[in-house]
Design a protein around this ligand. Structure first.
Ligand SMILES: Nc1ncnc2c1ncn2[C@@H]1O[C@H](COP(=O)(O)OP(=O)(O)OP(=O)(O)O)[C@@H](O)[C@H]1O
Length: 315
């Protein structure tokens, strides 16, 4: 079956006539995505735009931008370029900058969707990456088809059912000018080691379909995580008041929801994801005497028992 036909079942995420900002790095996944979408424009009537970000991480990075711009010119798709003023320090900063820029451009052009070229292979690698870091279901299922990017813009990943091997073959068959990112071969990055060393090992020695299997695990865990989050939503109102957590309400929840509640509460109050140890420390205060305190969690803040409530105080 062609990749175009494989995409059909998920086209509901990209309704006809909508404005789409396609994030194109110039690599094989996003070029494949762009070509598939361009071919569908006559039928779907989308208003397509392309966004490319130059991190300025390596000399000559502007070459990738020129290549993508040239292709957009040939295909008649408006091209937008974001250039980092100073190169982002690391992957996480780069990702935050990319999504923030893409959302702003999309909003400025009144485009409802940002579309990225994440594949089934990315999803499988994310499951492994987060498993090795010790994530729970939310982290393992974090890469999904569709989520809010903020500002009324949604982030859609239509290639999550298609592997990197397939996007590579597609680009070859259509003679697309794929940009090679040499940093992808650098195995000092943990993600690259998973892709280049761990995944081939697992494929050879454990399961030839390991990518598909892990991607499916990600899909299952995402749905289960959504269910738990919606159950938590139902309790939130009685759990949290004025930034404090109600101890007895928390204690009455099943352990899985207790952990999620504390995780959500601390993420909001601390502005960062808490560790498992922090969550356990807070749950350790469920039956302790008044004024019991945890050790400091972050930014010099710790959790204190305040009668019926758990609150954050400076250490
Ligand atoms: N420099 C870029 N310019 C435009 N889009 C990009 C750029 N880098 C990545 N993207 C978009 O993000 C997709 C995923 O890229 P990549 O796997 O390198 O990012 P990631 O950081 O691993 O993803 P995530 O943001 O989920 O962590 C690409 O297919 C593309 O759509």
């Amino acid at each position: 079956m062609s990749l175009g036909s494989r995409l059909r079942p998920v086209l509901g995420l990209l309704p006809p006539g909508r404005g789409l900002l396609v994030a194109v790095s110039g690599g094989q996944d996003s070029l494949c995505l762009l070509k598939l979408l361009v071919d569908l424009v006559p039928e779907r009537g989308w208003r397509l735009h392309v966004g490319h970000l130059d991190h300025r991480w390596r000399p000559g990075s502007e070459r990738d931008a020129r290549r993508v711009a040239a292709l957009c010119n040939v295909w008649g798709v408006p091209f937008h370029l974001g250039i980092a003023r100073t190169p982002p320090a690391g992957e996480a900063a780069a990702r935050a900058w990319r999504y923030c820029w893409l959302e702003q451009i999309a909003r400025g052009l009144a485009l409802e969707r940002v579309v990225t070229g994440h594949t089934l292979s990315d999803r499988a690698e994310t499951v492994l990456f987060n498993l090795l870091r010790g994530s729970g279901g939310a982290g393992l299922g974090s890469l999904d088809w569709d989520r809010s990017l903020g500002g009324g813009v949604r982030l859609v990943r239509p290639l999550l059912g298609i592997s990197r091997a397939e996007t590579g073959a597609f680009c070859l068959a259509h003679d697309l000018p794929v940009c090679i990112d040499e940093s992808n071969a650098n195995v000092t990055f943990r993600r690259n080691r998973i892709r280049l060393e761990l995944m081939p090992y697992l494929r050879e020695h454990f399961n030839p379909m390991v990518e598909q299997t892990l991607a499916r695990t990600g899909e299952i865990l995402h749905a289960e995580s959504e269910l738990l989050e919606s159950l938590l939503d139902g309790h939130w109102h009685s759990l949290v008041q004025d930034g404090r957590l109600h101890r007895n309400t928390l204690a009455a929840l099943p352990l899985a929801l207790q952990r999620r509640a504390v995780r959500r509460w601390l993420s909001v109050e601390l502005g960062k994801q808490p560790s498992f140890e922090h969550i356990a420390a807070v749950l350790g205060c469920l039956n302790t005497p008044n004024r019991t305190r945890t050790s400091p969690l972050a930014h010099g803040l710790l959790v204190e028992v305040q009668g019926e409530w758990l609150g954050l105080v400076g250490g």
